[in-house]
Design a protein around this ligand. Structure first.
Ligand SMILES: Nc1nc2c(ncn2[C@@H]2O[C@H](COP(=O)(O)OP(=O)(O)OP(=O)(O)O)[C@@H](O)[C@H]2O)c(=O)[nH]1
Length: 196
């Protein structure tokens, strides 16, 4: 199994790289890696500025087709991966929970993807995608479609409701991501409280 970290974004709303925000001596992306390391023998970082992430010591691949946002990152990650089962995660989710991820992985049988829900919302950047998704991803990208969900009609998906997920952790907290300086204030406080 492989953990694929998406780190090819622009962090426009934050104004500086979200992945490199530091709290307690650890950056946000280091916190993502710390959790993935406990589960995945392989980790791939999909980023377009290799230098920023080289210090982390994991393989870095760039988008093969740029300008497609997280969908392009998924495409590059699945193409580089040698695993059937892949967990895709954004680089800005520092509160990941291993038990939740393990549960999601255990639900992959007979499906191309496992998508958790938070209330009515899908969490496509905290989801399992098998390599079997690649043809569908390539097809929508060839048609110029950029939404990360645009290939979902062409694959089989196991949707996991929040009610199922709460047995394995606190999904709302695990899905928290840091888009703006205000988000960072909230998440940083949460991390501080958890680590006190
Ligand atoms: N590989 C890759 N990852 C991307 C790309 N765009 C966004 N991501 C990643 O996808 C996740 C979600 O990205 P967003 O928060 O929607 O976008 P962002 O560009 O990082 O931030 P904003 O500029 O503020 O919208 C983050 O982990 C990003 O690093 C891309 O074009 N390629």
């Amino acid at each position: 199994m492989t953990g694929i970290i998406l780190a090819g974004g622009k962090s426009t709303r934050m104004g500086s790289s979200k992945a490199l925000l530091n709290i307690g001596g650890k950056t946000v992306v280091q916190r993502v890696i710390e959790v993935l390391q406990t589960i995945f023998p392989q980790i791939i970082i999909v980023a377009n500025d290799e230098e920023t992430y080289r210090h982390l010591g994991y393989p870095i691949v760039g988008d093969i087709i740029s300008g497609y946002g997280p969908l392009g990152g998924l495409h590059a990650g699945l193409t580089a991966s040698s695993s059937e089962v892949n967990f895709l995660v954004a680089c800005d989710m520092p509160l990941l929970q291993p038990a939740l991820i393990r549960f999601m992985i255990s639900q992959t049988k007979d499906y191309d993807a496992v998508l958790p829900k938070s209330g009515p919302y899908l969490e496509p950047l905290h989801a399992v995608y098998k390599r079997s998704c690649l043809p569908a991803v390539e097809k929508v990208m060839a048609a110029g479609r950029k939404k990360v969900t645009s290939f979902f009609d062409d694959i089989s998906i196991n949707y996991l409701e929040e009610e199922e997920l709460v047995a394995y952790g606190q999904p709302k907290r695990a899905f928290l991501n840091v888009n703006t300086p205000e988000d960072w204030l909230t998440v940083r406080k949460l991390l501080q409280d958890l680590e006190e």
